[in-house]
Design a protein around this ligand. Sequence first.
Ligand SMILES: N[C@@H](CCC(=O)N[C@@H](CS)C(=O)NCC(=O)O)C(=O)O
Length: 203
Amino acid sequence: MKLFYSPGACSLGIHVVLEEIGAPFTTQRISTRDGANLKPEYLAVNPKGKVPALALDDGSVITEYPAIAMYLARANPGAKLLPEGLRAEIDCLSILDYIAGTVHPMGFTRQFRAARFAKDAADEARVIADGRAAAESYLGVLAENLRGPWVFGAQYTVADSALFFIEQWCDRAKIIPPPAILAHQQRMLARPAVQRALTTESA
Ligand SMILES: N[C@@H](CCC(=O)N[C@@H](CS)C(=O)NCC(=O)O)C(=O)O
């Protein structure tokens, strides 16, 4: 397997999942800051021009965060990265989708890439403020869904690594999340798999 990631991007959550599983994988840095995600070589991998993308050993490529996370969890049942039972699994998918489809774009992309959403330069401050307010409200929902110590209680799952990239983005956006989220981030930072992913991405 090969993970295409950009340092500190949402792909960090998938990077953590791969480290948690412990199966062999390689990484390729595609820095969105440098526009590497829009170069023809990468568009040949993922025509959407986004990270993460996961290339499997059979040559196929999976895109979209929830799809990659669910694939990795289901393909590696021994790692126990999904809560048990169909109903709980669907709740996990629901969290992944909320993070990838709502919190990420509506809360944080609006802050980090305001120019994309603004009518003109003068409008950017409004877009950032709207993104910040939305992020704060979404973090409240995520805190309510956090049973502790992990999202699904005693079992660590792929929902935790998704929440982690959002927690790291709170630091970047200078947002102080609810205490339960802050405590979860500290627990994540203590995990060896998280430390390995952060070390690779900061190299
Ligand atoms: N819907 C995609 C979104 C992924 C996404 O937006 N990734 C960002 C990095 S966090 C990206 O690649 N941005 C590059 C760009 O938009 O130019 C997913 O959930 O995987």
